[in-house]
Design a protein around this ligand. Structure first.
Ligand code: SAH
Length: 440
């Protein structure tokens, strides 16, 4: 995969609706040229060195002209880079992907196309609308809702006679005109219409009506682009086939403040439940390098009868240091392993080790009390953990036996996105802000 341009369909919006091939290509790209309709979350899968070029495109507010985009693709490819042109939906469905392909061909640049799920089909599915249905819609038709040449028109008379589902893209500015044309050419005024805004994204909104009232409904509900206009009886099936908006957190806006490295699981879970998640790590985990105390502890590992792990980060960094020394998990064979909670326990499992003990309640007091019960005066405890951990844990153990704390990492404030976070909170009606530790 090199020295080529890939015209990639990103799918309608939900990140997971890109194809496997699309994702592979994104992961290997040197440059990704993307616009408003391809979900920017996809960029997180690119390699660290990948460059991103946003070329915008909102009706009337083109960030980069099409000719300039074409030129950019040609130039980057000629530099020997693997170029991905990421487009919403399918690249050849009103995405000007065809034009880009033709130019690349004319300029002697090799390219490939990775098809995507078009919003005109997949977007409807997430709104609970099947684009065909036996005896109800026996064909479907996808139209542009706007022409670059204003004198051009669809054959409305023929369209109004079709017994299929009509889908209009880029049509919100002309909604009234589209509706009028269908009505005045004989399509029943009661024909159901749905407008699907930001289909398949967590902020998807759907309104329904019919040819008579949909223009008013859209005004009332203030629905804007990007939206799909769907005309046909299949719209009524939404009552039975809608699933996306039924998810428990649908419509909820949630801020996640957890450190980046650990936030993705939480973000995935919340997103899968339907929430719109804003990720703003408020802390960063900074490892403490060149730590003499860690080295000392490693020198006498055999002396420790107990090792107490109080966090996943503590476990992971501890093992990193252990392996750096050329040791492996067997070097802990003399020690009982204590985990503060089930997540820390699972982290130990990743290194092939079972925790010998875990307090029933996930808190410092239960940990300290349990330890005091099990420890004897000739024991020695190692506690690899974060800076500024609770001092009373060490104090409490020290009353029974020797306890060595080694500081592996610290949580530092992540200032990098404070202003963006403030903007988000001001602009959106945030429903929840999550905190997963005292430091966040
Ligand atoms: N290639 C794209 C379409 C590009 S044209 C595809 O196959 O889906 C841009 C138009 O597509 C928008 O104006 C809007 O009508 C529609 N569109 C694309 N993604 C959409 C989405 N997630 N929700 C609603 N409409 C969308």
């Amino acid at each position: 995969m090199t020295n080529k341009v890939y015209l990639v369909g990103a799918g309608p919006g939900d990140v997971e609706l890109i194809t496997l091939r699309g994702m592979n290509v994104v992961k290997n790209a040197d440059v990704i040229v993307y616009d408003r309709l391809s979900n920017p979350k996809l960029l997180e899968y690119a390699k660290d060195s990948c460059e991103f070029v946003y070329v915008g495109k909102k009706a009337n507010a083109h960030t980069m002209k099409q000719e300039d985009i074409n030129q950019l693709l040609v130039d980057e490819a000629k530099l020997g880079k693997m170029v991905v042109r990421l487009k919403g939906g399918d690249p050849y469905v009103f995405g000007r992907g065809g034009e880009e392909g033709v130019i690349l061909n004319d300029r002697g640049v090799e390219f490939e196309v990775v098809p995507g799920i078009s919003s005109s089909i997949g977007g409807l599915a997430y709104a609970g609308i099947p684009i065909t249905y036996r005896n109800i819609a026996t064909s479907f038709h996808v139209f542009t809702g706007h022409f670059s040449n204003e004198d051009e028109e669809h054959p409305w008379e023929a369209i109004s006679k079709l017994k299929g589902t009509l889908v209009f893209l880029m049509g919100m500015k002309n909604l009234e005109k589209i509706v009028c044309n269908l009505k005045s050419n004989g399509l029943d005024e009661g024909t159901p219409v749905a407008i699907v805004n930001w289909a398949t994204r967590s902020n998807q909104r759907v309104v329904t009506g019919n040819l008579r009232d949909i223009v008013d409904v859209v005004k009332e509900e203030n629905i804007k682009a990007p939206s799909l206009i769907v005309v046909g009886d299949v719209v009524d099936l939404r009552e039975k086939l809608e699933f996306f908006e039924k998810r428990p957190l649908y419509g909820q806006k949630i801020v996640v403040t957890r450190a980046r490295a650990q936030s993705s699981k939480l973000v995935d879970k919340l997103s899968n439940l339907g929430a719109t998640v804003f990720e703003y790590p408020s802390i960063q985990i900074r490892e403490i390098e060149d730590n003499e105390n860690v080295e000392k502890a490693m020198d006498i590992l055999d002396d420790y009868t107990h090792i107490v792990f109080t966090s996943i980060n503590g476990v992971n960094i501890f093992f990193e240091r252990l392996f750096d020394r050329g040791f492996d998990s067997r070097d802990l064979a003399n020690s009982k392993l204590i985990a503060v909670g089930s997540a820390t326990k699972r982290a130990l499992r990743n290194y092939g080790l079972n925790a010998d003990w875990m307090p029933e309640n996930y808190d410092g007091d239960s940990l300290a009390n349990g330890l005091r019960e099990m420890l004897k005066s000739d024991h020695r405890v190692l506690i690899p953990r974060a800076k500024n951990g609770r001092a009373d844990l060490i104090d409490s153990i020290s009353e029974v036996c020797k306890a060595d704390e080694v500081i592996l990492y610290e949580s530092v404030v992540d200032e990098s996105n404070v202003s963006e976070l403030n903007e988000t909170i001001k602009k959106n009606d945030i429903d929840y802000i999550t905190f997963t530790s005292s430091s966040t």
